[in-house]
Design a protein around this ligand. Structure first.
Ligand SMILES: [Zn+2]
Length: 244
């Protein structure tokens, strides 16, 4: 029964595609629907993160300063007009940051204490913004759940809560596990571009990684474990960022 439903859905989509593709409607039509699904997935994931982790409200001046850095980076990215990027500080002493679809960026208090300069913070935030800007999470979701379920979620006005929670959890897992080496290098490349356009230096970002490497001597350290498991080897990424 479900298969039949999918088949009918596919035929309908194909019809729409063939009817409108020459007129250039479908691209924007599906992009709009996909965008609204992305926001929905992000919102779902955001809710479940803030239910699990303690959100930290920094003192007013510090918060304004951090938000100004964040805004200056968001303003350099391609998707700034279609998404409302938000930054949430959560209590966690590990040095980490992550992003959910729809522009929900999280940073751990541990990273804020480890970073020595605005440029270092900017470097990490820019990397996370780049994941969203390059749709790494949405692309991974598409690969994972398949086009048919994705279309179903897009077209179903009363989205099944269960399915949405499932996809939201998948997005959270991806944000913790990383998006694969190529996506990580791409986020580094775009991140470096964003920080330079926002007035910071690539060197700031490199300092951050060099300090991490110095601190851990390349060995596993629980404070940095997440960064190591989600990202390519530090030495390799430093080399690549230097070469940009
Ligand atoms: Zn990453």
């Amino acid at each position: 029964m479900l298969r039949q439903k999918h088949l009918i859905l596919f035929i309908l989509i194909l019809l729409v595609l063939t009817t409108f593709s020459t007129k250039g409607y479908t691209g924007s039509f599906f992009d709009t629907l996909e965008l609204s699904l992305e926001k929905n997935i992000g919102q779902n994931g955001y809710q479940s993160i803030i239910a699990q982790k303690k959100v930290i409200h920094l003192p007013e001046e510090e918060a304004a300063h951090l938000n100004a850095i964040f805004k200056s980076l968001v303003n350099t990215c391609r998707r700034k007009g279609e998404l409302e990027f938000t930054l949430t500080v959560v209590e966690d002493k590990t040095v980490n940051a992550f992003a959910l679809p729809g522009g929900y960026i999280f940073v751990h208090t541990g990273l804020l204490s480890f970073a020595q300069t605005d440029g270092e913070v900017a470097g990490v935030l820019a990397h996370e913004i780049a994941h969203v800007d390059r749709k790494h999470s949405m692309n991974a979701i598409k690969r994972q759940i398949g086009m048919s379920l994705l279309l179903q979620l897009i077209l179903d006005k009363n989205k099944s809560k269960e399915e949405m929670a499932k996809v939201g959890n998948f997005a959270i897992n991806m944000s913790q596990l990383g998006y694969g080496r190529e996506a990580e290098y791409e986020a580094d490349r775009y991140g470096a571009y964003f920080i330079e356009r926002a007035g910071y230096q690539k060197e700031d970002l490199l300092n951050f990684w060099r300090r991490i490497q110095g601190e851990t001597g390349g060995k596993e350290d629980p404070l940095f474990l997440q960064l190591f498991s989600t990202h390519p080897p530090t030495a390799e990424r430093i080399k690549r960022i230097e070469a940009l």
